[in-house]
Design a protein around this ligand. Structure first.
Ligand SMILES: Cc1cc2nc3c(=O)[nH]c(=O)nc-3n(C[C@H](O)[C@H](O)[C@H](O)COP(=O)(O)OP(=O)(O)OC[C@H]3O[C@@H](n4cnc5c(N)ncnc54)[C@H](O)[C@@H]3O)c2cc1C
Length: 482
């Protein structure tokens, strides 16, 4: 018996009033437009990509989808771990054309449209000696990063990106333009600060910026694998006693075959410390010196550099469009058993040349942990002193099982130490039970589900780490719709 294959949906009538480019499979530029960081999303193409030129285009796209009860995917920087920005068969609202940045040095505020990438934001704000605290790779989108929380080199000094978010311009799923801030649509503003792309399409963000740089002290300290456990096990105490101006990431990986590394080290386990010190220049020597003294680094590139350079040093190790797997979670301590587990997982890395595999840990503490109440934002940080994150980047679907096995094995091995709450952006979705705990206590999840019921009751925005609308709330309950 032959099975009938359903015809692909092409949305021939898309969409009244839409002025941007509309791309379908086979159109010139379609494959470039659907490319995202996680190459696994390329296995099945979306049905239609609506490249918006402005908020009015977003309105037209959402009115079209809403009238037909169609789920939509939202694409900004395309870095989402799950590849939700380009799902198979979906209608994609593409915001990559919304790239405007306006900096007001007088009020130290910045308006950035949703398609802006972190490198563009840094370049624009540094013209005025300012920075919006965000992430560490220049090609990441400000939109997805902010909606999940946003962590980076400045989080210990100025908090998460959401802690510096002043307002969002939003198109609701039924196509209305609203503002969300501390006085208008407060429930929406709260949910957007960590709840992800569940509640509407954000077309622009307003941020508080801070004076930083242009000169900072940053670089890499590389320790051989034999010293890694000793260095890591002393980091918790060191960071607890370090100034907020010190940001620190750590990377356990296999040394790449770089010409400036001794050949004997290539492919061997190493620990990288990635400090970024934005405090007074005359204090840097002592602060960085304490990190250096943790072992005998075989590579030391830490020194004066620009903020823009410092915040792009990881770009080289994040190839775009390969297949990826990622898990992550929070830790209360970088304790001895945690360090042992990290080292075991490094030893278990599949030995495949040309892949990038790492277990990273980022130090929280300072502003992100101490200055903002857990309930003030949907983003959860309670109890977290470190964020661990393991990721594998490879080519070829035949290796999926192997790398999925390693990342999932790493999650399982770290689970006895991992807190129930989580940063949802630096991990793939870990399932419904995980999502319910990721935002902290139960009442926060409930509040998110209620906001979802108000702002997206039919769950049209479901290509994301999805929060189901609370069943017992109706749209009218809070009455934001006209
Ligand atoms: C190489 C790399 C480095 C990273 N480094 C950091 C880091 O240093 N710090 C950090 O905090 N995170 C980091 N991340 C994680 C990053 O924050 C998330 O992947 C984030 O989702 C990326 O946002 P995006 O706009 O690029 O992605 P997209 O894939 O475009 O969006 C991800 C999801 O966000 C939602 N979304 C996006 N835009 C909108 C919008 N305008 N309105 C409504 N919903 C929207 C959608 O649900 C979408 O599926 C990194 C990720 C990668 C791949």
């Amino acid at each position: 018996m032959s099975q009938s294959v359903p015809e692909p949906v092409t949305h021939p009538d898309f969409a009244e009033g839409f002025r941007g480019a509309v791309l379908r499979p086979g159109d010139t530029g379609f494959d470039e437009a659907r490319a995202v960081y996680n190459g696994r999303a390329l296995d099945t193409p979306p049905a239609l990509i609506a490249r918006c030129t402005d908020a009015a285009d977003v309105v037209a796209a959402l009115q079209y989808a809403s009238a037909r009860d169609l789920p939509v995917a939202v694409r900004s920087g395309g870095h989402g771990a799950d590849g939700h920005a380009s799902p198979g068969g979906a209608l994609v609202v593409d915001l990559t054309g919304l790239r405007e940045i306006t900096v007001d040095p007088g009020t130290r505020t910045v308006r950035a449209q949703a398609g802006v990438l972190l490198g563009e934001l840094d370049a624009a704000t540094q013209q005025y000696g300012l920075v919006v605290p965000s992430g560490t790779v220049t090609t990441t989108g400000i939109a997805g990063l902010t909606l999940g929380g946003g962590i980076g080199h400045l989080m210990r000094r100025f908090g998460a990106t959401v802690d510096n978010l002043l307002a969002c311009e939003v198109v609701t799923v039924d196509g209305r333009q609203v503002r969300a801030d501390e006085s208008e649509n407060r429930d929406l503003f709260w949910a957007l600060r960590g709840g992800g792309g569940n509640f509407g399409v954000v077309t622009a963000f307003e941020f508080r910026a801070h004076p930083v740089g242009p000169d900072v002290v940053s670089g890499q300290l590389m320790f051989p694998g034999e010293q890694a456990a000793g260095v890591l096990s002393r980091l918790h105490a060191l960071m607890a006693d370090s100034p907020r101006e010190l940001g620190l990431g750590t990377v356990l990986t296999l040394a790449p075959p770089l010409p400036f590394l001794p050949a004997a080290m290539h492919g061997r386990p190493v620990l990288l410390l990635l400090p970024c010190f934005t405090g007074p220049a005359n204090a840097a020597g002592e602060v960085i010196g304490r990190l250096r003294a943790l072992g005998e680094p075989v590579l030391d590139t830490v020194g004066p550099t620009s903020w823009v350079e410092a915040n792009s040093m990881l770009d080289a190790i994040v190839p775009y469009g390969h297949r990826t797997a990622q898990r992550g979670g929070y830790l209360a301590r970088l304790s001895a058993p945690v360090v042992d587990t990290l080292m075991e997982r490094l030893a278990a890395v599949p030995d495949v040349p040309g892949t990038v595999i790492a277990v990273n840990a980022w130090s929280l503490g300072g502003a992100i942990s101490e200055d903002v109440d857990e309930d003030a934002t949907a983003f959860s940080r309670t109890g977290a002193a470190w964020l661990w994150e393991c990721s594998a980047v490879w080519r070829g679907s035949e290796r999926d099982k192997e790398f999925d096995g390693w990342t999932e094995g790493t999650r399982a091995a770290l689970s006895p130490f991992t807190l129930p709450n989580a940063y949802t952006n630096l991990t793939e979705d870990q399932g419904d039970a995980w999502r319910r705990k990721a935002f902290g206590h139960e009442a926060k999840y409930r509040r998110l589900a209620e906001a979802k019921a108000v702002w997206d009751p039919r769950n049209l925005l479901r290509h994301n780490k999805n929060i189901a609308p609370a069943a017992d709330r109706t749209v009218e309950a809070k009455g934001p719709r006209s």
